[in-house]
Ligand binder design. Structure first.
Ligand code: ZN
Length: 428
């Protein structure tokens, strides 16, 4: 069914990120394509034209006009790495970490990831849905129109399926684009860690029961593994991800977050869509990502929140020709933020990206990390009408007013995701 077209006018800047429909590398990341005096025409769920405003106003007289009131229009952001389905927050751990209590001791006191696992297992699907929905709306209120959501706090067959069913319900109910990732290999559950044959037994559960059930019910587009010494080894990760691919899932990895353990090398070898974290990536790992075009998804909010003084080597990744994306890593343990523009700020101030590079990392390259770069991440004809309107006059203000909420409105597939005080004039 055809809907009335929308014509976005009176934007001070339209940042289109238009260009090749794949992960951008090297100097390609420096072109965000900032345009002035243009309007954007949306027909049904796609952008149909980006052109001179006067010409479009004349040719699209039937369109409903959306007055951008001198703000800046960007593509909706793509948050390609979140763990948004969880129960209670884990704020008490932040202070423990700050006072020098080591992670193992926090875990011994009942904290850490196993706390989220214990908690999620006690909650029903409706309860998890009710907890997650406002979190996703908060992302939309920060200009995010596509979000990837992982399972991984259930780590039993039933609790992982429950989590992914919640993601599916959210995807059907909310206007934003929501894509599910199966992360049954997030951690070895405690009940398996305590058994002598536990590792192998949990791998068998993942491969022989959990993965086939996820695939049978078509509950996830992607599979992910926490590939890190002490969690899943490179060999175990290869086994799980190869199995997932055989079941038709696309693959992603948590790799080299704290130690260089060969995760990025494996991501390249397997041709994964993305390798995520990478604060400790090796030179060989960077080379492998570059050769295979695997996106490096960097999560600077996590390192900031954990109080680390290191960050992933974004400049070296870009110089090596690796497409770099930025994401929130929104999760209750190490990155409890839905503020996507804040991640852009960290991209610029911590990872040393230019503003254009940060914008491309949050749009086109985030879409590439989800295999969606042919239809998401650009304001260009034929691309999904995913837009965010900002209460700023120059896009360089987006990372500059750090921590601020300047998203006026967002649209996914031409449908409103968020509208904030639309009746108020912009503060000048
Ligand atoms: Zn993660």
């Amino acid at each position: 069914m055809s809907t009335n077209p929308l014509l976005f006018v009176n934007a001070r800047q339209v940042v289109t990120c238009a260009g090749v429909p794949r992960g951008r590398r090297g100097a390609e990341m420096s072109a965000a394509a900032v345009r002035t005096d243009v309007a954007v025409l949306v027909q049904d769920d796609v952008v149909s034209a980006v052109d001179d405003e006067r010409a479009l106003r004349a040719s699209a007289r039937q369109a409903t006009v959306v007055d951008c009131e001198g703000g800046v229009l960007t593509p909706g952001f793509v948050d390609s790495h979140t763990h948004a389905i969880f129960g209670r927050a884990r704020y008490e751990e932040q202070e423990l970490r700050a006072t020098g209590v080591p992670y193992m001791e926090i875990a011994r006191r009942g904290g850490g990831i196993h706390a989220s696992v214990r908690d999620l297992r006690t909650r029903g699907e409706d309860e998890l849905y009710a907890l997650a929905e406002p979190r996703l709306r908060a992302l939309a209120a920060c200009g995010v129109t596509t979000v990837e959501v992982k399972s991984g706090y259930g780590v039993t067959v039933e609790d992982e399926l429950k989590t992914l069913r919640v993601v599916r319900r959210l995807a059907r109910a909310l206007p934003m684009r929501i894509r599910a990732t199966w992360l049954g290999a997030h951690e070895i559950p405690l009940e398996y860690r305590e058994r002598a044959d536990g590792r192998r037994a949990y791998l068998d559960l993942l491969m022989n029961e959990m993965l086939p059930a996820v695939a049978r019910d078509d509950l996830a587009a992607y599979a992910d593994v926490f590939c890190e010494p002490g969690v899943f080894t490179v060999e175990e990760s290869r086994e799980i991800l190869s199995g997932a691919r055989a079941h038709g899932l696309q693959i992603k990895l948590h790799a080299d977050e704290l130690t260089s353990g060969g995760g990025a090398e494996l991501a390249g070898e397997l041709g994964a869509l993305s390798a995520d974290h990478l604060a400790a990536v090796s030179d060989a790992g960077i080379g492998a990502l570059a050769v295979h075009g695997t996106v490096a998804t960097l999560l600077p909010g996590t390192m900031l929140f954990l109080g680390k003084t290191t960050q992933a080597p974004a400049r070296r990744l870009i110089e090596a020709g690796v497409p770099v994306a930025l994401a929130t890593d929104f999760n209750p343990g190490t990155s409890p933020t839905t503020n996507f523009p804040l991640i852009l700020t960290l991209g610029v101030s911590q990872l040393r990206l230019s503003v254009a590079e940060a914008l491309v990392a949050g749009t086109v390259n985030g879409a590439a990390a989800l295999g969606l770069a042919d239809r998401v991440g650009q304001i260009a004809p034929g691309f999904s009408a995913d837009l965010a309107l900002w209460d700023i006059r120059d896009v360089r203000e987006l990372p500059y007013w750090y921590g601020a909420g300047r998203c006026r409105a967002s649209w996914a597939r031409g449908k409103p995701c968020h509208a904030h005080d639309l009746a108020l004039p912009f503060p000048r």
